[in-house]
Design a protein around this ligand. Sequence first.
Ligand SMILES: [Zn+2]
Length: 239
Amino acid sequence: MTTKTQPADIEAQVIDDLVVANRILAKKGVLDGWGHVSARCPNNPKHFFMARSLAPALVTAADIMEFDEDSEPVDQRGRRMYAERYIHGEILRARPDVMAVVHSHSSKVLPFSVTDAPLRALIHMAAFLGDEPAPVFDTRVAPGGDFTMLVLNSQSGAALAKELGNRSVVLMRGHGMSVAAASVRLVVFMAIYTQINAEVLLSALHLGTPNFMDSAEIARSDRPDRGWEAWAAEVRENE
Ligand SMILES: [Zn+2]
């Protein structure tokens, strides 16, 4: 007997993935007390789900809120919200192909946001970074910036989405990065491997000149779909 998947089931699955994503990214050090991950609502693609303002390691399904296309809450009920939620709303608005976004302050990635050292694909698991340097968003020159170095309104979020363009990762000067992908599971994978690529690249730069992946190698790489089950099992163990 086949059971038809109902919209409510699909939504519950996305929310469950989002909760697990928060836990995994906290465990991997991509998110610490700050940073966040969002998912486009499967039943209302202009809206997105994201936790209330809370450390990612502590997020449960009850903490997930729904936001509209302007990053405003559908039903706030007095809950505090992440000030930088416009990052998610504006990337999701600009990129219909994107279903999930991570915003991180990873210290492994930060050096590449404040120097001219390019963040490019060096290891095959991070082929999605491509052979062009990751773009760097600078609030000093972008519209909507207010010298807080944060993305606190739709205008600033839209400028960030523009800098991201059709790439997967945009660095944010002296602040962190945002990662965009076609699913929650994929954005978790990409955020983790962007951090690992940055870490390996930083070590490589100490030893000599990095031998980056070339465009032919990048074109032949697939995005591995493994990792999630093992990472999810690790964070579910303690529940
Ligand atoms: Zn931030």
